[in-house]
Design a protein around this ligand. Structure first.
Ligand code: ARG
Length: 575
């Protein structure tokens, strides 16, 4: 647990107490919150207590605020309060309190973020590609956004289980089995397994369109697989293994790790039980040989839970998955990250899970599609953009940038840096926008050194870090902590205030499942830093002031690094 109180907490407690002592609030429990302002004109924190209490006190909010401002004795960390608008109370923190607080944050491994997730378990179901199919652009978004949510929740102390719900079951495996035996090219399979498996599937599928006996054969092989036939089972396992192997290469490059790889097939045994439960509760009924759940009352189309041929559906598997997750993990929340096209699916099965009285807090985080203008990729084959090709291109473009900006750097280091920048650029483009908006990806934007991009922040981080090294070289023998932080200049104050807002940004990004809130915060922080850097001298300032400024620099670097890490973006000290 955090051992110190934030300004927000201190102000809330103080306001509540002060209000109680000035006004007769009876025995009504009040907890008057304050929130950070987003315009320094209105101070650092704002409180709407006067509006909240107006009815109860039968007074105009402004009058309450006025009386409060006149009678309250300010705590020492508040310099002044002001009344604004209909009765807002604005708090201006004292500079010494701010400086002290930054020094307190320095010692906190969580940079002031309260461990609100302690003791809570969250399963995050993300990436979840389908076996024997290349990961498409939707899966990269799910992977990158899901992973950022994963990191944000872990940072807040939640016990996170990252679960890759692979699509490893379904009728397509009948065609895969017969297709493999007929069409496989071992060499291609060794070189590029998923691509080869995909080719096999397409060839087999096309053949089934023209050849009924082929289709029958595929069906028969599927049934054998479902009944546990050893040979088919082995081949199916091979498809999975090959696919995971290739997915893992991508996850490695992206710095993404899962705790579980539980494919849909893991839940097969539970499917009949789900159907039975639905029937027992009178929730499922027959329709043209299929079994459906009527969701008309809930304003949704019917949901098929068992097809007329006896096969189960996506929703049935997801219901079984929830049941299994509750049994095994008893999570406080299950978060699913997929593209927007699956919204109805999730709404439907969440509703059915609720009707089945499954005790789980289910959340679907959906994102819009990423648009890739023509000509974005030089290595575009057909219509499919292979994820690995996208990552290759990002690294190649970043390497060019690095070679021209740091020509003297050893080549190994240039490559390592290019990797961090290229992958970071792709991730940040994805993460810096509201997930639900349509993202248009262009290299110009992703790699823009001047704009809101990963390389901009990575360069800023490296530059900020190097200030400390310069100071160290120029003034050996002193420690920064020998001098305390002083906040005198207006820009120092702005930077300090921004640093204290990091925990709020983490919370807002996690609570709303919107990593872009963190990206916005980091971009703002980097910009404030840059005007700090331009407006006041560092190394040339007088002793004391100089150390204080370097110390603010270090805090900025640390916050940037931590924030980028929460987005899954790597930093390097040297650029
Ligand atoms: N495999 C699915 C797809 O590729 C995504 C699965 C998402 N998770 C889930 N539990 N339904 O579209």
């Amino acid at each position: 647990m955090r051992e110190f109180a934030t300004f927000e907490e201190r102000l809330s407690a103080w306001t509540t107490e002060a209000m109680k002592s000035i006004f007769d609030l009876g025995d009504i429990e009040v907890n008057l919150g304050v929130s950070p302002t987003n315009n320094e004109k209105f101070g650092d924190y704002q409180c709407n207590a006067a509006m909240v209490l107006a009815k109860q006190l039968k007074k105009a909010p402004r009058e309450i605020a006025q009386q409060f401002a006149e009678s309250a004795e300010l705590p020492d960390f508040v310099k002044k309060i002001e009344i604004a608008g209909p009765g807002f109370i604005n708090f201006f923190l004292s500079n010494t309190a701010l400086a002290d607080y930054i020094q307190t944050l320095e010692k906190d491994p969580n940079l002031g973020a309260e461990q609100v997730g302690e003791g809570k378990k969250v399963i995050i179901d993300y990436s979840s590609p389908n076996v024997a199919k290349s990961m498409h652009i939707g899966h990269i978004r799910s992977t990158v956004i899901g992973n950022a949510i994963d990191r944000l929740f872990r940072f807040l102390g939640y016990d996170v289980i990252a679960d890759n719900h692979l699509g490893d079951w379904g009728t397509q495996f009948g065609l895969m089995l017969v297709g493999y035996r007929e069409f496989v090219k071992e060499k291609a399979l060794a070189e590029s397994p998923v691509e080869e498996l995909e080719r096999i599937y397409v060839a087999s599928y096309n053949k089934s369109k023209e050849d009924d006996s082929w289709r029958d054969l595929a069906k028969a092989e599927l049934v054998k697989l479902q009944q546990g036939d050893e040979e088919n089972r082995k081949l199916w396992e091979k498809f999975i293994e090959l696919s995971i192997g290739e997915f893992d290469t991508i996850y490695d490059r992206l710095g993404v790790k899962f705790d579980l790889y539980r494919g849909e097939s893991f839940y097969n045994d539970r499917l009949p039980e789900i159907i039975r439960a639905l029937e027992e509760k009178g929730l499922a009924k027959k329709s043209d040989g299929a079994l459906i759940v009527d969701l008309e009352e809930d304003g949704m189309p019917i949901c098929i839970v068992r097809k007329s041929d006896g096969g189960y559906n996506y929703a049935t598997t997801d219901l079984a998955t929830v049941e299994s997750r509750i049994e095994e993990f008893d999570p406080d929340r299950i978060i699913y990250v997929t593209d927007e096209r699956q919204q109805l699916h999730f709404k439907q099965f969440f509703t059915i899970a609720d009707k089945l009285e499954m005790k789980a807090n289910l959340v679907h985080v959906w994102f819009g599609l990423m648009r890739l203008p023509e000509a974005t990729f030089s290595t575009r084959e057909g219509n499919v953009i292979k994820l690995s090709a996208m990552l290759d291109e990002a690294e190649a473009r970043a390497l060019k940038m690095v070679k021209s900006s740091s020509p003297d750097m050893p080549e190994e280091q240039q490559k390592d840096l290019a990797k961090a920048i290229g992958i970071g650029a792709i991730k940040y483009t994805d993460l810096s926008q509201n997930p639900q908006s349509l993202v248009t990806f262009t290299w110009e934007k992703a790699l823009n050194m001047e704009g809101n991009s990963a390389p901009y922040l990575q360069y800023a981080y490296a530059r900020i870090s190097s200030v400390y090294d310069k100071w160290k070289a120029q003034f050996p023998g002193t420690e920064l902590t020998d001098c305390s932080i002083r906040i005198e200049h207006e820009i120092e104050r702005r930077l300090a205030v921004k640093l204290t807002r990091f925990p709020a940004a983490v919370r807002a990004a996690a609570d709303n499942y919107r990593p872009n809130i963190m990206a916005d915060y980091l971009y703002d922080l980097a910009q404030i830093y840059s005007s700090f850097y331009q407006n006041v001298p560092f190394l040339k300032a007088d002793k004391g002031i100089r150390e204080s400024r370097i110390r603010l620099c270090r805090n900025t670097a640390r916050t940037l690094k931590q924030g980028l890490e929460l987005l899954g973006i790597e930093t390097r000290e040297r650029i």
